[in-house]
Design a protein around this ligand. Sequence first.
Ligand code: NAD
Length: 260
Amino acid sequence: MKPLAQKAIIITGAGMGLGLATALEAAARGARLCLVDYNEDALKQAAAGIQQQYADAEVITVKADVSNEEDVKSYVNATLKAFGTIDGLYNNAGIEGKQAPLTEYDLEVFKKVIDINLMGVYFGLKHVIPHMQQKQYGRIVNVASVGGIRGVMNQTPYVATKHAVSGITKNAALEYARYGINTNAIAPGAILTPMVAGAFKQVNPADPKAAETEYAQANPSKRLGLPEEVARVVCFLLSDDASYVNGQTLAIDGGQSNSY
Ligand code: NAD
């Protein structure tokens, strides 16, 4: 039997990048999927791509902004309506914000990063956990970052929110483990997604490829990661193979977070 067979899993930020890669991997492992994104075109393309590769996959899409609590309620309700249950939540949607030193950081962008990266994760937990509590089962994966383990130059709100995601993960694990709910986080290093491509453009607008090469050189593995390498770990954490893993923030970074 496939490891995620029949599991009803919500994936936020599923339109591209890490969310889409995980949606594809979860579909391959038999999951039923609720794909959430505020980019409707990306969402439609993602669903069509999954359906093309996995004709039997059960997939619904919900256009929602994770920083809006009403939208979060709507993706929870849509999942319950379609599948009758929620087994897993991949709380993945997030943004990087702009790159600037702490004292010069634009306040509106700062607040937006908090709204999406922290409040979006919180709202997901707040509205999904009660349903998992009822059935005494749940698997949750929140997305932190290497920036949730250490500092990253010129990314204060990103780093602050990703440390917060690691913290909220520990609390959810403590408070809900007794109901059969495991909550973990992942801390990806630089993975080649549209978000990271955008970051390299900000660092070196004239030559983003040079910024990418320089960044990869600083990694012990001398390369960036691939979305599929993250997706496989997330699917493991969403499965019953990870039944006694709880409250962890797992780095997926080629060893980067161990260097100084
Ligand atoms: P991405 O920009 O490639 O994709 C993110 C997706 O999330 C997009 O489809 C976007 O439309 C959606 N999204 C953004 N804000 C949203 C919102 N408010 N509501 C609904 N959907 C929203 O980004 P990615 O690289 O795939 O990153 C995904 C997650 O992984 C983020 O939380 C990011 O911080 C984290 N992360 C990524 C990396 C990396 O190297 N790519 C490293 C560490 C952490």
